[in-house]
Structures are given as structure tokens and as C-alpha cells.
Design a protein around this ligand. Structure first.
Ligand code: T1G
Length: 692
């Protein structure tokens, strides 16, 4: 065995050289790994004793891509061109042996080799699009030559890895070898190549699949049209399509040049910096400072859910999807039947789309036990309450649960803003009480705010964070405050949105600005979707706000065909002259002199107070880190990932700019814009929120 460098060694298997990369955790293409690849391949090629070269990785996976943490730093070590020359340009067959996830630059390195073998469990893919990038080491030039242009573009634009079997069908892999016997299988494959004098097969020379679409630019126009809606606001996808089109229209090396330049143009972009930040934020969010990874967790073999409404039903589906039995409790048979019916309908709709079999539907429904009796929950390991947002009602339920639930059972509330400590205080087990704030629709939205009470025990926190991963959620640990993280910041935006439509803007102006900024919809369209009468009652309504007046006129939102907008049968919205008049009259009655308000002011007044509130949340320790706040907004409120989240956005535009504008607004509009102490501090110390 020869050590090529700290992460690469070369061993001799008869006349076959085996280059092994060993750079945990995922053999990312760091400078060391790149040097090892280049120098190992050169050394093996130069040694007459070797007739073939096998490239394999130790640990859990083949190279999982470029080292994302190196982006934006001065590039060191071997270039991709040098690696390409050492692998593809090798005079001896080079075979890549794939296991785990050969992704991005890792898959591209494999495509530089002459042959690829894989274990059946291996996955390959080009997920660069998820980082605001595109393949930059030949993926856009080589994959179309193997899988065809449309398959290649679907893979590059989805960023979704595909299995070894699919790769075999597309000749992206030449053979599958026995699971757990990759090294032996690869060496045997190399042996066969030597014995059968198989020619070197360079993917760059395979042109049949691209010639088939040469002179048909309409194929690319069609793909652009089909993806425009999905990629609204994103940039990288356009460059990816252009590069694959170059693979068809240009000679290989010119296509490679175009790809490389397009890739290098994306690396410093705000969007890629934001999406790379989110990549690491999604991994940091699970880490709880004072709850170490070896904290014991409690077994969760069955779950109880109280309330079979929209939230209770969606919450239950998460556990059924993870094969965890659920007992769901309601107060009335009709409500219970309605809840079960909705769950079954959701599953059957999914089955109709082919994403579940009918047998899957029956299996999941079979794990669901309905009841009208709380005592049915005595054996549950975790009970989640999802009833109407009323403190007294919740406290009454928790008092009962405390008596019914077995010792050691955890009690959670799905409240979206009420005080978890107050709820816990009525039980004898406050250390086993916490909040699990799901987002509607709870079986779809990835985010879970895990609300840690003052007395919540560490094993309970560790258990629920682990459980969140099992049910496919991304969990952010938050503290007890009104509205926790997401809704607390949202309230800032909603307040300003209401003020803006009185001062001079119209609901559709505010929504357009927020929509164009990249969120799925603005505050008024969102209110119409949710229903304007949430928490509103006819008896107490006093025409005190635009919402009051709209509800009094039975304009309750989409469900009544009118709200802030007018809706047609297909629920398409359009600005409402009725609402415009209501707003003008209401403002006049309030003596408000309306003025022209710029889109920039609308954006700043909706976003900056959110950032300011985020700073307060961090300062109070209601979130562990700024990137957790960003994960909440990206996964719970549709904040565009290419803007990294509200706190990353503040760092991007400069916290000093947010502070200056807040002070300017405070001077004219008062207390609502009082800068948070932490925002002042971050600016004074020339720091960024992500560095805190
Ligand atoms: N670079 C740096 N660190 C990485 C990394 C990478 N590519 N991939 C993972 N890590 C770290 C991660 O931060 C975590 O660290 C640990 O490894 C385990 O990861 C030229 C330019 C491989 C499927 O986009 O999708 O190639 O938190 O927790 O769930 O065209 O990681 O423990 O400190 O995610 O088992 C393209 C990214 C790069 C793949 C494993 N490649 N990685 O998932 O573990 S761009 C990717 C993943 C590129 C070329 C372009 C996943 C995984 P820590 P983990 P996992």
C-alpha cells in the first residue's frame, strides 16, 4: 500500500491498481481528495506493472460532491481539468466503484472514468441545482451522452439522485456487483476488461444520443416553458439548460468550456451563497447546544392525537406514514367520522396519483384507532393535543391527560402561540410537556417548531427531535414566547401590511411586492385563503378594521368567493373595486391622508420589522441560532430558499441598512420600528447574524 496523501492510498491487486479515497464524512472533493485523485491516477498510469485502475472510496459513500465549504474561498490543489486528464486521459482503463451517494462532482468524477460498477443500493445524481449551482465538472456534457438530453435535464433540474438500477439502464453504470462486495466486484470487472482487451470507453466520444436531438432547439424551449413556474425567481436552472444545449450544439471541449464558465458565474451569486448557507443550516438545526447526541431518548411505539380536525388529521398521518400506530380522540361521533373520512380521502388521492398502493392506504388506516374516550390514550408514549386555540380548554385537557397518561408518557400541544409553561403547570409532569407546532397542512409542511418549556427534560427534547426526523420533518427548537418564532415574526409583517393599505397602498400592491420578492403569496391573499373570520365573531365585531367590515359583509375570503379580492368560480382572484372603496372610506373616516407608497417602502416595512423581531428572538434565546430562524421561514412560510431566510437576507443586504431604515421609520412612524438591541449590537460590532 502506497500513501498518495493523507486521504488517498494506492494498493496493488496483482496488475490492478486500487486507489482508495478516505476523507470522512462523505469523501467530499476537497483539495486533498482532488490531489489524491490526480496523483494516484498518474502514478498508477505511469507504473508498467498496472494494466487497469480501480477508484473506490472508504466509509459510507463514494465522493458526495465538491466540498461545499470550500466555495467562495481561493481554490487550491488539483483542478478538475487535471483530474479529467488523469482519469479519462489515462492510457489504462479506469473503473469507478460506486456505493452510497455519488453526487455532483463525485458522479462527474465517475463519469470521467472509462467504466463504472456499483452495488445495487448505490445512488447517483447531480443535485447542484439545490445549491443554486449547476454541474461544473462535465455533468451537463457527459450525462446527456449516456441518458439522453431529456432524462439528463430532468435529473439536473430535479437534483434528485437516482438508483443504480436506473443508472444501469442509462449506461451511466456498466455493471452491478454484489452488495457488500464492491471492491472484489470492481477488481473482477477490471480483470475481465484486461483479459478481454476491452477498449477504453470515453463518454465524450459517445454522440448518438445527442446527435438525435441536434437541430431541435424546440426541445429545450419546451423544457424551459415546463419548468418556468417551478423555478420562479431562481437563476441557475437557465444556465443548466443552456449548458446541456451546448452539449448538443458544440464539440465536447467547447461545451465543457461553456459549462465551466457558466458554473463559475454562479458560484459567487447571491442565490448560490444563500442556498449553500441553507444546506449547512439544515444540518445545524438539529444540534441542541445543551442536549448532547448521546442523551437517552424514550421509545415511541404509539401516539395519541386529540382532535380530528384539519390539524389533528394531518398530524396523525405523519405517524401513520412512519408506521407508528395512532389513537385519535374526538368529542363527537360526527366529528370523528369527518376526521377519519378526510384522512382516508387524502390517502386515496395520493394512491390515485400512483404514489401509494391501495394496500398502503389500508395498512395506514389500519394503524389508526378512533375513539370518543380520552382513556383510550392510557398506553400512548406521546399524546399530542390539537384542539381549538383556547387556554382554558387546553389546560382542562392537560389536567385530564395527566391523570390518564401512563408514567413517562410525553404530553405535547400543537398550539401555534399559547404559553406552553402555563399549560404544563397544570400537570404533575411539566418535565414531560412541550409544544409540537405543526404547520397546515400538517402531513405536507416539512416544518415542526419544537417548543421547549422551562421544565421540559433533555431526554424529552432529544426524543422529539429524533422523532421529527423519523416522520420526515425538519425540526427547529424554539422557546416559549407568543407565536414562538414563525408566527411572532409574521405578526410584524401582518401589522405593517394592515397599516400600509390605510396609508396609501392597496392589498394587491402589498401582495404583488411580497410575491415578486419570492414568497408564494402575499399577506392578503394568504388571509383570504385561510379565511378572514378566524378568531372573528359577528357578535363582537365593531367595524373597527377592514377585516371586520369585510366579515360583516360576509366577504370571509376564498370560501365565500370574496374577501380582500373578488374570486371567480375557479377561485382566480382579482383586485376588488368594492374593497378599494371600503379602504378609502375607512381611511377618510380615520382622517388618514393617503400617499403614494413605493414598492421599496412596502418591502422594507414588511420585511425589516420581521428581521428586527428575529433579532429580539435570538437575544431572548427563543431560537438557538439565526439560521434556525431562517429554516423556520423557508420550511414553514415559503420564504424563497434563494434568499436564505430573513436573517441571512439581513446579512446579505447589510444589517446596517436594516438598522438605518428602522431608525428612519421609527422617527416618522414610532415605536413599532424601535430597533432591537441585538440589531444595534450586530451593526456596532460589524458582525453578521450568521456569525453569532
Ligand atoms: N461538502 C461539504 N460537507 C458535506 C458535503 C459536501 N458536499 N456533503 C455532506 N457534507 C457534510 C454535512 O455538512 C455533514 O456535516 C456531514 O457531511 C454529513 O452530511 C463541481 C460544484 C451526501 C446525501 O450537493 O446531499 O459537486 O453536520 O448530515 O444525511 O459539479 O450530505 O456532520 O458537520 O447530510 O447521510 C454536490 C450534498 C455538491 C451533496 C449524506 N453534492 N450532500 O446525507 O448526512 S456541488 C451535494 C448531501 C458539486 C460539481 C459541483 C448529503 C449526503 P456535519 P449529512 P446524510
Amino acid at each position: 500500500m502506497t500513501a498518495i496523501n493523507a486521504v488517498t492510498d494506492l494498493t496493488r491487486e496483482g496488475d490492478i491498481a486500487v486507489i482508495t479515497i478516505d476523507s470522512p464524512p462523505v469523501n467530499a472533493l476537497s483539495a486533498d481528495v482532488r490531489n489524491g485523485l490526480r496523483d494516484g491516477a498518474r502514478q498508477a498510469a505511469a507504473d508498467p506493472a498496472f494494466k487497469a485502475i480501480v477508484l473506490i472510496c472508504a466509509g459510507r459513500t463514494f465522493i458526495a460532491g465538491a466540498d461545499i465549504s470550500e466555495f467562495g474561498k481561493p481554490s487550491q490543489g488539483a483542478t478538475l481539468q487535471e483530474i479529467q486528464d488523469a482519469l479519462e486521459g489515462s492510457p489504462k482503463p479506469v473503473i469507478a466503484a460506486l456505493h452510497g451517494t455519488a453526487l455532483g462532482g463525485g458522479f462527474e468524477v465517475a463519469l470521467m472514468c472509462h467504466y463504472r460498477v456499483a452495488v445495487p443500493s448505490a445512488k447517483v445524481g447531480l443535485p447542484e441545482i439545490k445549491l443554486g449551482l449547476m454541474p461544473g465538472a462535465g455533468g451537463t456534457q457527459r450525462l446527456p451522452r449516456l441518458a439522453g438530453v431529456e432524462n439528463a435535464l430532468n435529473l439536473i433540474l430535479s437534483g434528485t439522485p437516482f438508483g443504480a438500477k436506473q443508472a444501469l439502464e442509462w449506461n451511466a453504470v456498466d455493471a452491478l456487483v454484489e452488495e457488500g462486495k464492491l471492491r472484489e466486484g470492481a477488481i473482477a470487472f477490471a480483470r475481465k476488461l484486461i483479459d478481454t482487451h476491452m477498449p477504453l470507453r470515453r463518454i465524450r466520444d459517445l454522440n448518438d444520443k445527442i446527435e438525435a436531438v441536434r437541430g431541435k432547439p424546440e426541445i429545450f424551449d419546451k423544457i424551459r416553458k415546463e419548468n418556468a413556474r417551478k423555478f420562479r425567481g431562481f437563476e441557475a436552472w437557465k444556465s443548466a439548460i443552456r449548458a446541456v444545449q451546448a452539449a448538443v450544439d458544440l464539440p465536447f471541449d467547447e461545451g465543457m468550456k461553456l459549462e465551466r464558465q457558466a458554473f463559475l458565474d454562479l458560484v459567487p451569486s447571491e442565490q448560490s451563497r444563500a442556498q449553500r448557507y441553507v444546506f449547512f443550516a439544515e444540518r445545524k438545526v438539529w444540534k441542541v447546544a445543551d442536549v448532547s447526541d448521546d442523551t437517552p431518548t424514550l421509545p415511541i411505539k404509539n401516539v395519541g392525537v386529540i382532535g380530528a380536525g384539519t390539524m389533528g388529521g394531518g398530524i396523525s398521518m405523519n405517524f401513520l406514514n412512519a408506521s407508528i400506530p395512532v389513537t385519535i380522540v374526538e368529542t363527537a361521533q360526527a366529528a370523528l367520522d369527518r376526521g377519519l373520512g378526510t384522512i382516508r380521502r387524502n390517502y386515496e388521492n395520493t394512491a390515485k396519483k400512483g404514489r401509494l398502493t391501495q394496500a398502503d392506504v389500508e395498512t395506514r388506516m389500519g394503524l389508526l384507532s378512533p375513539s370518543l374516550d380520552l382513556t383510550a390514550l392510557t398506553d400512548c408514549d406521546l399524546i399530542i393535543e390539537a384542539v381549538f386555540e383556547n387556554m382554558e380548554l387546553k389546560k382542562e385537557i392537560f389536567r385530564k391527560l395527566d391523570k390518564i397518561a401512563k408514567p413517562g408518557a410525553m404530553l405535547a400541544s400543537n398550539t401555534s402561540y399559547l404559553d406552553i409553561d402555563e399549560i404544563a403547570s397544570v400537570t404533575s409532569r411539566p418535565d414531560y410537556v412541550l409544544g409540537m407546532h405543526f404547520f397546515s397542512p400538517a402531513n405536507v409542511m416539512r416544518l415542526l417548531e419544537v417548543v421547549r418549556g422551562k421544565k421540559t427534560a433533555k431526554p424529552v427534547v432529544a426524543t422529539v427531535m429524533k422523532l421529527a426526523r423519523k416522520i420526515g420533518k425538519i425540526a427547529a427548537l424554539v422557546g416559549v414566547c407568543h407565536g414562538f418564532v414563525g408566527n411572532r415574526m409574521l405578526a410584524q409583517r401582518q401589522r405593517e401590511a394592515q397599516k400600509l393599505i390605510l396609508e396609501g397602498a392597496m392589498p394587491w400592491d402589498v401582495d404583488r411586492v411580497i410575491y415578486d420578492f419570492g414568497l408564494p403569496m402575499g399577506p392578503f391573499a394568504m388571509s383570504d385563503l385561510a379565511g378572514l373570520d378566524i378568531g372573528w365573531s359577528k357578535e363582537t365585531s365593531k367595524s373597527a378594521s377592514i377585516r371586520d367590515i369585510l366579515c360583516e359583509m360576509d366577504r370571509r375570503g376564498q370560501k365565500t368567493g370574496a374577501g380582500f379580492y373578488d374570486y371567480d368560480e375557479a377561485r382566480n382572484s382579482k383586485p376588488s373595486p368594492v374593497v378599494e372603496k371600503i379602504i378609502l372610506d375607512f381611511a377618510a373616516k380615520k382622517g388618514i391622508n393617503r400617499r403614494n407608497i413605493s414598492d421599496q417602502e412596502i418591502l422594507e416595512r414588511c420585511i425589516y420589522p420581521m428581521i428586527n423581531e428575529g433579532a429580539k428572538i435570538l437575544d431572548e434565546g427563543m431560537a438557538q441560532r439565526a439560521s434556525d430562524i431562517d429554516i423556520v421561514w423557508i420550511n414553514g412560510y415559503g420564504w424563497p430558499v434563494y434568499r436564505g431566510g430573513p436573517m441571512f437576507y439581513a446579512d446579505l443586504i447589510g444589517p446596517e441598512k436594516v438598522l438605518a431604515k428602522m431608525k428612519e421609520f421609527e422617527a416618522t412612524m414610532g415605536e413599532d420600528f424601535k430597533p432591537a438591541a441585538l440589531l444595534e449590537k450586530v451593526v456596532a460590532e460589524k458582525k453578521r447574524f450568521q456569525d453569532l
